[in-house]
Ligand binder design. Structure first.
Ligand SMILES: *Cc1c(COP(=O)(O)O)cnc(C)c1O
Length: 364
């Protein structure tokens, strides 16, 4: 009898896999009888789906025996119309992380370099390593912002792709339009610059860049967007890039065939139609963000400016301890051991609880 639990195999896997970190998803909050638990570890939208969107999803579900429209025509047209860009410049994918993987596939040969800030979105090192490319991580500044000057210096002949995450996950600040302009001026025109705007709708800083204008001015700039955060469709996996036609066309070639389901395509269209309603929720979350930020800073926390739907607690060595204490209090945060915790702005009660736990932690 072979032991089914510990199979062995001689199958040769790509050596690059040894260097691929696993994606750590935010833990679900385990239900408890003593307290209501909240998952504030994945930057999800705490609001339930809009009734109008849910209705469209239920109707679309009746077609699940059919493949979706592989060209994602209606959603692509809708995005193009909404953003006032040519439809040939829009490429969709299975979440913006899916599009990110496609961006690596279309730009990088093994050994090519990808420059990005660190700490930033944890999917970046994974997609880069999977492509066999090399991550060039440029440390954030002391105030948790992109160091665009240092990123410019990190670009070499091997650089094929640069990722700019604004607002930066997990720290929160945006890059400023003037510093982004100065940065782009130093990047060779054959290097693709991707501006990851997963949290765009939460941005209220007037110094933030208008990435679509930057893409219009520079043929080597792509904008990456998602329906997962402000639009509340994280579970349906749909995102897109806006880029010049050859780049967008290459992205479509690299897409998982039929990856974006009919349900996701229809829900995204309905969400764009319902954006005014969704925007009210975003505004409420932005107000809550201000309240939480003020309270935490009032307690003495050195929280960086945040333009996203989360706050960053720079806990250093205390990170894991804080995450455990928050967990005991029914709050699942996202710890980055030795660095800090990212905490999503969620339901008012969850935000209150975060303020309470953070205050008690400082006075412990
Ligand atoms: C959440 C997030 C995304 C979006 O991921 P999806 O795959 O679209 O759900 C992309 N970039 C960053 C920086 C994020 O935080």
């Amino acid at each position: 009898m072979t032991d089914q639990t510990t199979p062995t195999t001689d199958v040769r896997l790509r050596t690059t896999l040894a260097g691929v970190p696993g994606y750590k998803p935010g833990k679900p909050a385990a239900p408890r009888t003593d307290v209501t638990t909240y998952k504030i570890s994945s930057n999800e939208n705490p609001y339930p789906p809009l009734p109008s969107v849910l209705k469209v999803v239920q109707d679309a579900a009746t077609q699940m025996n059919r493949y979706p429209d592989m060209a994602v025509s209606a959603l692509t047209a809708k995005i193009a119309e909404t953003l006032d860009v040519p439809a040939e410049h829009v490429a969709t994918g299975t979440g913006s992380v899916g599009v990110l993987g496609q961006l690596l596939q279309i730009t990088c040969e093994p050994g090519d370099e990808v420059v990005y800030a660190w700490r930033s979105f944890e999917a970046y090192p994974i997609v880069v390593a999977l492509a066999g490319a090399t991550s060039v991580q440029v440390p954030l500044t002391a105030d948790a912002r992109h160091d665009l000057e240092a990123m410019a210096e990190a670009i070499t002949d091997r650089t094929r792709l640069v990722l700019v995450c604004t607002p930066n996950n997990p720290t929160g600040p945006v890059v400023h339009a003037d510093e982004l302009d100065a940065f782009i001026a130093t990047v060779p025109s054959d290097v693709l610059i991707v501006i990851d705007e997963a949290y765009l709708e939460f941005v209220r800083d007037g110094d933030a860049p208008v990435a679509l204008d930057v893409y219009r001015e520079h043929a080597n700039v792509a904008v990456l967007r998602t329906f997962s955060k402000a639009y509340g469709l994280a579970g349906l996996r749909v995102g897109y890039a806006v880029a010049q036609a050859p780049v967008a066309e290459a992205l479509r070639k690299a897409a998982v065939p039929f990856g974006v389901s009919t349900v996701a395509q229809e829900a995204a269209i309905a969400s764009l139609d319902a954006y005014d309603e969704l925007a009210e929720r975003v505004t409420a979350l932005v107000q809550e963000r201000g309240r939480v930020l003020e309270a935490l800073r009032g307690q003495g926390w050195d929280v960086p400016e945040t333009q996203a739907n989360f706050v960053w607690l720079p806990l250093g060595e205390d990170t894991v301890e804080f995450a455990e204490i928050a967990d005991d209090a029914g709050l699942v945060v996202r710890p980055f051991a030795g660095e800090g915790c990212r905490c999503t702005i969620a339901e008012t009660e969850a935000n209150d609880r975060l303020i309470e736990v953070a205050g008690a932690f400082r006075n412990r």
